[in-house]
Every structure is written in structure tokens, then in C-alpha cells.
Design a protein around this ligand. Structure first.
Ligand code: UN1
Length: 478
């Protein structure tokens, strides 16, 4: 059942020579999902070189022609959604429904950007001089380095690569080492769609080679999603070379349940936010702030739901919660839980999890103030709770810490909702829905230390992947 995966460089499928790559199933670590060769710094350099050569031909194509490759790839992805969704589940560990859903979402993203030419418009300013117009045109940046995380193996690559390409850039992409198979599938879909050689280069490599990519002097921009530490390093290196960088990093997203919330709705949405994808989303709900008047009832209801989670092989349709991605992720999440409990956290609820496989028991912990777990992102199925005496206190607790990616506010009171919009310091706010989720046509990204550089998706993506030329346009002498 193991698939042979390869890198795509300059239109050729190549096997990296820096050693072997073994992609295993986090639910059954002995099962090999894909194998291939790991590439190194020299392949990254080749990728950048061939991407550079491809820029002028690609940028000269009309935007609608570039978009047509994306819509064709979207059809290929859509028609493979079930098979590739299952592969996604086998290599990443999210449930099959989520795996198939993510593949479909990638198709939707490619379609959205594939049609970007239909929405593209420019700006014309009035000129203070007669016989002149001032207009602003958009141009691609050139060669973009793309570095993507394990947790959305096809959707996040799609939402970076599709706008990069449609706005006329070429790409060198290093996917997360844990999920080479879906990277291979996306590259296959774009290749089958007829994308010209060198426009997209997908290089399967470890993080050292990834560093060689993001530090490469001939990149014109870098876009990254992943951990805060790596993101800051990449941002620093790109800034030192004077190239634009977009880094989506950590989150410690709060659900805030106020005294007037619809509790049934809030419990349902908090469960989805905290435990879907096993909590492995930068937008996952990892903090819960409860108004003290409803805290006991809310926790009682939440406990019932947590006990009903079915943790196990994500290919089993009855399973709600799969494993985490790796043994090291499992270890660091369990350590985080143990440290919090050692520091006085109360275990509110847990669900059973299988012994073998990289499983972590979904866990809800009520924390004393200022516990490390209130601030540190564990990236797993762990929900930390604190109580607040007032609405203002609830917003203050939610705003604690360095992150500000998303939040979910549960209230039936318009005044409280409006106060939350003003006072919650986040890039994405859901009022009465879970903290995760992102539509392709609207900006995505965080406040505070969650993000660096322009946001992603929608018009924000166009802003990042193009630069403008302001043209003072006159005819000849009148
Ligand atoms: C979502 O909330 O559905 O890495 C998408 C992440 C985010 C994407 C979240 N960049 O989890």
C-alpha cells in the first residue's frame, strides 16, 4: 500500500539523494504510507534556479490563462477526493471525513484563485495635471519560497501556492517532512493540469534543506506557516535580505462563554474547536474562559461530551479523534499536561485513548492563574479552562499571552458581542461559532505574535504576492 513519492524540479520527477524518506501512519506507526528520497540544499538551489528561469514566460501569460491551470487542477483534486482524503488520513491522522473534506477544500481554494482574473481590477487616480492619468498596476514578485506545516497537508499548500501562481510568481515549495504524500498529490494534480515546467517545484526534504531554501539569496518572497520559533527565524533572515515575508505562527485561542450564552451551542462549538483534527490546528480552541455564573453547568455538560469522544484509528467512521502526528508530538503534549497537573491544574475530563499509536487522551484542565499551559501552545487535544467574574475579566484573560490568532465568543447579547469585537485582540473572531475555520475569500491571520507580515487569502493574498507600479501616464505633446 506504500506509495513511491518524488520531488518535482523543473518539470522532472526526481528522487532526492540525501537519504531515504519514510512516511508512516501515526495511528499504526509500523505501517509505511509512502517512501522516497530526501533532497538537500543542492536540490533547493536547483529548484530556485529553474523557478527563476520560468518566471518571465509565466508572468507574461494572461492571468486568466494562469488561472485555468488552477481550475483544471481543482477538477483533478476533486475527482480524487476520496482516495487522496484516505491517504491524508493515513499520513496525518485526522479523521477520514476531515481528510476528504480537506482535499475538497484544496480544490475549492484552487478554484477560487483560478477565477481571480474575473475579479481583478486596477486603480486609476485623478491627476492634478491636465492630460495625465495616474494608474496603479500589479506585478508578480518573482520566485516565492513556500514552507508548509503537517496539519493541513494539502489545504495550506493550496492557499499559498494558488495565489502565488495566479498572480504570476513561480514557486519552490518545501512541504512538512511528515506529509510528503499529499504534497506529491498536489504537485501531480498541477502537473497533470499542464502547468509549465519550473513554475512549481516541490522538494521533499528535511528542515536543514528547508533552511537552505528560505535563506537562498535569489528568492523574492517567503511564505511560511508553522511554529513560532521557525517562523521568527525565517522572518529575520528574509528581512535581513530585504525580501517580503509572511509567517503564520502560533495560537492559543480562547473560547469565551459569557453569562448570557446559548450553552448548548457553546458546548457543541467548543468541542469542535478543541478536538477536531485532534487539536492540531493553529486556530484550535485551546483555552476556555467561562463566566463564573455558568461555569459549573458548562463544565458538567462538556464532561459528558468529552467522555463520548471516540479516540482511535481515524479511518474508522465511528472515530471522532485520531492520533497526533508523531511520537515526539505525543511526548511533548503529554509532558505539557503533566507539568500543568504538577502545577496544580485540576483534571476536569478526559477520554480514553488506545495504547499503541501516537494517541493522546483528550483532556480538559482547569488551571490556577498564570499556569504555563495558559500561554504555551501544545498543538494537541488539550483544553485549559479559567473562570472570569465579569465580561471585562473574561476578555482580559482571553487577551493574555503573546498570541492573538483567533477567538470564539459565545453570547446572545449584542452589546457584549460588540464589546468583544472591540476588545479581543485577535486576527479572527468567531461570534457564536468555533475558533477554527477559514474561507478563501477573506483575510486569514493573527494579531500580536501569531503572525508576521501581511495576512493570507482573499485580497490579502494579492497584496502579498504582488507589488505595485504607480504609472503617471501622459500621451505625447498635445
Ligand atoms: C482552519 O482553521 O480551518 O495551521 C485553518 C493552521 C492554520 C489553518 C487553519 N494556518 O492550523
Amino acid at each position: 500500500m506504500s506509495v513511491a513519492v518524488r520531488s518535482l524540479i523543473g518539470g522532472a520527477w526526481v528522487t532526492g539523494c540525501e537519504g531515504t524518506l519514510t512516511d508512516t501512519n501515526p495511528a499504526r506507526p509500523d505501517e509505511v504510507v509512502a517512501t522516497g528520497g530526501r533532497a538537500g540544499a543542492s536540490e533547493m538551489a536547483t529548484g530556485v534556479r529553474v523557478a527563476r528561469i520560468a518566471t518571465s514566460g509565466w508572468a507574461r501569460l494572461p492571468m486568466s490563462a494562469r488561472g485555468a491551470f488552477l481550475t483544471r487542477a481543482a477538477e483533478i483534486i476533486e475527482s480524487n477526493a476520496e482516495g487522496w482524503g484516505e491517504e491524508l488520513t493515513r499520513e496525518e491522522g485526522k479523521t477520514l471525513a476531515e481528510g476528504i473534506g480537506e482535499v475538497r477544500r484544496a480544490a475549492q481554494i484552487l478554484r477560487y484563485y483560478g477565477n481571480a482574473a474575473d475579479r481583478e481590477s486596477g486603480t486609476v487616480y485623478s491627476s492634478p495635471r491636465s492630460g495625465e492619468q495616474i494608474l496603479v498596476t500589479r506585478k508578480p514578485l518573482g520566485v516565492v519560497g513556500v514552507v508548509t506545516p503537517f496539519n493541513f497537508p494539502i489545504a495550506i499548500p493550496a492557499w499559498k501556492i494558488a495565489p502565488a501562481l495566479v498572480y504570476g510568481n513561480t514557486v519552490v515549495w518545501k512541504p512538512a517532512a511528515a506529509v510528503p504524500l499529499l504534497a506529491f498529490r498536489l504537485a501531480q494534480a498541477l502537473t497533470e493540469a499542464g502547468l509549465p515546467d519550473g513554475v512549481l517545484n516541490m522538494i521533499l526534504a528535511d528542515s536543514a534543506a528547508g533552511e537552505a531554501l528560505v535563506d537562498h539569496p535569489d528568492l523574492d518572497a517567503v511564505t511560511f506557516t508553522g511554529s513560532t520559533g521557525v517562523g521568527r527565524k525565517i522572518a529575520g533572515s528574509a528581512a535581513a535580505r530585504g525580501v517580503p515575508v509572511q509567517a503564520e505562527m502560533g495560537g492559543k485561542n480562547a473560547a469565551i462563554v459569557l453569562a448570557d450564552a446559548d450553552l448548548e451551542l457553546a458546548v457543541e462549538q467548543v468541542m469542535l474547536g478543541a478536538f477536531r483534527s485532534t487539536g492540531q490546528k493553529c486556530t484550535a480552541t485551546s483555552r476556555l474562559v467561562l463566566h463564573e455564573s455558568i461555569a459549573e453547568e458548562f463544565l458538567a455538560r462538556l464532561t459528558v461530551e468529552v467522555k463520548e469522544l471516540r479516540v482511535g484509528d481515524p479511518l474508522d467512521p465511528d472515530v471522532t479523534t485520531g492520533p497526533v502526528v508523531s511520537a515526539s508530538a505525543q511526548k511533548s503534549i503529554v509532558n505539557g499536561i503533566d507539568r500543568a497537573v504538577g502545577g496544580g491544574a485540576r483534571v476536569v475530563a478526559t477520554a480514553e485513548a488506545p495504547e499503541s499509536g501516537h494517541y493522546v487522551q483528550p483532556t480538559v484542565l482547569e488551571l490556577p492563574a498564570s499556569t504555563e499551559l495558559w500561554f504555551e501552545e501544545l498543538f494537541g487535544p488539550v483544553l485549559a479552562v479559567q473562570r472570569a467574574a465579569t465580561t471585562a475579566d473574561a476578555f482580559r484573560l482571553a487577551n493574555e499571552g503573546e498570541f492573538g490568532l483567533s477567538a470564539a465568543l459565545f453570547t446572545q447579547d449584542l452589546t457584549n458581542a460588540l464589546a468583544g469585537i472591540d476588545d479581543l485582540d485577535v486576527g479572527i473572531l468567531h461570534v457564536n461559532s468555533e475558533s477554527a475555520g477559514a474561507d478563501p475569500h477573506v483575510p486569514f491571520g493573527g494579531a500580536k505574535k501569531s503572525g508576521y507580515g501581511p495576512k493570507e487569502q482573499g485580497d490579502a493574498a494579492r497584496e502579498f504576492f504582488t507589488h505595485t507600479t504607480t504609472v503617471y501616464l501622459r500621451g505625447g505633446r498635445a
